[in-house]
Design a protein around this ligand. Structure first.
Ligand SMILES: [Mn+2]
Length: 436
């Protein structure tokens, strides 16, 4: 086995050890039709890739502690010279064993027939159902086949267990190889944001800026953006899930860019906001500095033992104070926080897990309590301030949207900011924009 194969095999072994007696079933991502004869670009399911390193569709991984010979079994598309002319090479059944290091592989056409054999006399099946994946129906049918064998003395599974406490717990803690990939993803994303600052001048369209960034992603080795890039100019910056449209960047406006590349199945997720004409207006600068101060306060508080709820409270506190000082909110900090008045301007959470999925897997709460951060967790810190076009404030503040987002690894002693070298201080941004 080469080193990549070994690391995937080690993950499978760790998962089997974590679950105890039982079987894990993980299907590949479905293929999604886009329109007539066209499919959406295929992207393997993160759980499946995490355990196999295999990017072909129509595959299923079976991991078992309860089979006499097999631990890891893959069902895959068989070799097919005719189809491979159209769709490209397939690893095939023999290739899956040789290249992926599993104990056995079968034609996926045999899945319905063979799957029940792996579920007999097994109590617990770890599988994520209920998300509309066609594999759900295959699992349910297989369970029913096993139940039909009860008269032969074969026991059918009685528990379906969501893998969030086993597989997703492993994924939540990034190892050194994963962190190295995330560091490289962050570097490509840094280069793309710097390119955006160079090209985003009044007169360019949002979508052109997105295209320039995605060019940097691909030239840097990234397969794809980690999510649809958000490039929102002027009032579009206050629309949280705006994408990138044909709007032309206007003099004096801010541009909010939330974009990150995916590299080798790991995401980066970064937001920067800057003035397209090169200088912040006094109102833009005031709200920008409030947002940056809240982000810095959150970073300072990021260490083992802290919780995402506590970080969010820090962000809310700094933003609320700032907005009171500037006159967008009135009254005391305590009453604004308690009555959630800040939500008129800051309506989303401050952090999410980051990893193979941009909103990565892993529990946020355990037994009702926000879970303490541990070394190896990776999260975003992304406070923002958004003053809608109709906000009940002095009109000079309206239409300003700001978010600042970094990707942070929790370390033994504190944290490491993977995206620390993407400029975010207002003076530094203005210097860079003056040089273009
Ligand atoms: Mn994010």
């Amino acid at each position: 086995m080469n080193s990549a194969m070994k690391s995937f095999a080690a993950r499978r072994a760790r998962l089997l050890e974590a679950i105890g007696p039982g079987v894990v079933l993980v299907p590949s991502a479905p293929v999604f039709p886009r329109n007539n004869d066209v499919e959406h670009p295929y992207r393997q399911d993160s759980d499946f890739f995490y355990l196999t390193g295999f990017d072909e569709p129509e595959s299923v991984l079976v991991l078992t502690n309860q089979h006499p010979e097999h631990r890891a079994v893959l069902f895959v598309r068989p070799r097919n010279p005719e189809r491979e002319i159209w769709d490209g090479p397939r690893l095939g059944v023999e290739g899956a064993v040789a290249e992926l290091g599993v104990d056995a592989a079968f034609d996926v056409a045999e899945l319905a027939e063979k799957l029940p054999d792996y579920l007999g006399d097994v109590d617990r099946v770890h599988v994520r159902v209920g998300r509309g994946h066609p594999f759900d129906a295959t699992v349910f049918r297989a369970l029913d086949v096993v139940r039909g064998r009860s008269r032969r003395g074969i026991r059918a599974p009685t528990e379906l267990v969501d893998p969030v406490r086993s597989l997703h717990e492993l994924r939540l803690r990034k190892d050194t190889d994963e962190l190295a990939t995330m560091r490289r993803a962050a570097e490509i994303t840094r280069d793309a944001h710097l390119e955006a600052m160079r090209v985003a001048k009044p007169g360019r369209r949002e979508i052109e800026v997105a295209a320039e960034m995605e060019r940097v992603f691909r030239l840097g080795g990234s397969e794809r953006p980690a999510y649809e890039s958000i490039v929102g100019s002027g009032p579009n910056a206050t629309i949280l899930h705006y994408r990138a449209g044909k709007r032309v960047l206007g003099e004096g406006e801010l541009l909010l860019i939330d974009a990150g590349c995916e590299l080798d199945y790991y995401a980066s997720d970064v937001t920067r906001t800057f003035p397209v004409s090169g200088r912040f207006s006094p109102e833009q600068r005031a709200l920008y500095d409030v947002t940056l101060a809240s982000q810095q306060a959150c970073l300072d508080a990021t260490k083992p033992g802290a919780t995402l709820d506590a970080l969010h409270d820090v962000a809310v506190d700094v933003i609320t104070r700032g907005l009171i000082e500037l006159g967008l909110l009135s009254g005391s900090v305590a009453e604004n926080v308690e009555q959630q008045k800040y939500r008129a301007f800051y309506m989303h959470r401050t952090s999410h897990w980051l990893g193979m999925d941009v909103h990565d897997v892993g529990l946020y709460y355990d037994a009702g309590k926000p879970r303490p951060l541990q070394p190896g967790f990776v999260l975003t810190i992304e406070p923002g301030v958004y003053v809608g076009a109709n906000a009940d404030v002095d009109p000079k503040w309206r239409g300003i949207g700001i978010r600042i987002e970094d990707d942070v690894v929790v370390t033994e002693t504190g944290h490491h900011n993977l995206t620390h070298d993407i400029p975010k201080h207002a003076d530094e941004i203005e210097r860079i924009l003056a040089d273009r």
